[in-house]
Write a protein that binds this ligand. Sequence first.
Ligand SMILES: Cc1cc2nc3c(=O)[nH]c(=O)nc-3n(C[C@H](O)[C@H](O)[C@H](O)COP(=O)(O)OP(=O)(O)OC[C@H]3O[C@@H](n4cnc5c(N)ncnc54)[C@H](O)[C@@H]3O)c2cc1C
Length: 395
Amino acid sequence: MDFNYSPEDEAFRKEFRTWLEANLPKELAQGELDFFDDTGEDWERRLAWHRKMHSGGWVGISWPKEYGGRGASLMQNVIYNQELSRVHAPALVNLLGIMLVGPTLIQWGTPEQKQRYISKILSAEEIWCQGYSEPSAGSDVASLQTRATEEGDYFIVNGQKVWTSDAHHADWCILLVRTDPAAPKHKGISYLLVDMHSPGVSVRPLVQINGDRGFNEVFFEDVKVPKQNLVGEKNQGWQVAITTLMFERSGVGERRDMLKAVKELADVAKNLRRDGRTAWDDAGIRQKLSQFACEAQALKYTGYRQLTRRLKGQAPGPEGSITKLAASELNARINSFAMELLGPYSQIAYKADHAVDQGKWSYRMMGSRALTIAGGTSEIQRNIIGERVLGLPKG
Ligand SMILES: Cc1cc2nc3c(=O)[nH]c(=O)nc-3n(C[C@H](O)[C@H](O)[C@H](O)COP(=O)(O)OP(=O)(O)OC[C@H]3O[C@@H](n4cnc5c(N)ncnc54)[C@H](O)[C@@H]3O)c2cc1C
């Protein structure tokens, strides 16, 4: 591991920091409260910020220059995320488009598809969602049942997807469909680009325990999709789908800094009075927080180890599962501990009067379980670690 930044990287940091200082309005610098904070107001706030970042050329920086990116290196990407987090910038919109769809189309799209879709992803003129999971195909997504049959120049799609993030905002969807039901399950899948405004598409919100509606059920009833919207070969969509998943896996958790949450919780403890003293005066509480801080640091250095591998040109390996598992489980434990610490205050609703930190701890606690599921559940990560990192026999 080398902790030093090159002069070019420092120059890049300076350039971005200067731009952020000049362009991030104070009222927007509230950060991203959580993964699921998707109220109308929050969406508008993020959209406005996205447009500003795009006008400055700061969206999709790792994309090649010819597609509107900056061709930024991996290290510059890390610096970019550090700087955004430092100034509490809100998250951009169209994250699935930027993180998954654009890079997949750059690799697999026809020249016409690249020309038609790519530039509108970065500008967020068109919002994208990912239609992989179905009611009976989540961890084992290759079991999907949504069908596409051929009719002249079109595929006709019928079926249902579920947990589709941002489908309620989306103009387009990357959709996995079964085009050959007789073939072995990985071999009869195709990858389509579907216009979410087509007749026959309906989106039904799934309201979460914390009241937000970040994702949806999506139904397809005789939806006509032009054949030119097929990505890769017919029945060979699994290969394209895996490319998208690799981009997903390497992007998940990039901006999460667990130590920040531990420090915020330590501040809560310092201000929370009980029995004539603060919660921080209790050695048991300090010990618990110290334990979280140690785990958060260990995670940070594990992340650096992976970064070093990638800087040496090696692909992100199955070790990525260790960080995904450890980060999402630590996040859930930190937020549950916050409930113990806050006691009765943890019951006060998000953004209600008298709530400590606007009630964000109970809000985060209710959202934290989702992070142990999204992008592959904890059990699936354990399977990958057991089989592919530790070389244990398959269960
Ligand atoms: C916040 C969030 C956002 C999401 N966004 C999207 C999206 O935009 N697009 C999309 O397509 N999907 C999305 N998903 C869906 C996500 O990919 C699935 O929820 C996930 O893959 C798990 O699938 P499932 O929910 O069907 O659970 P299942 O696969 O049915 O699993 C149920 C339980 O069985 C366990 N299990 C399953 N298989 C095994 C095994 N082999 N070994 C051990 N245990 C096993 C699981 O760990 C889990 O505990 C999202 C999910 C969340 C939570």
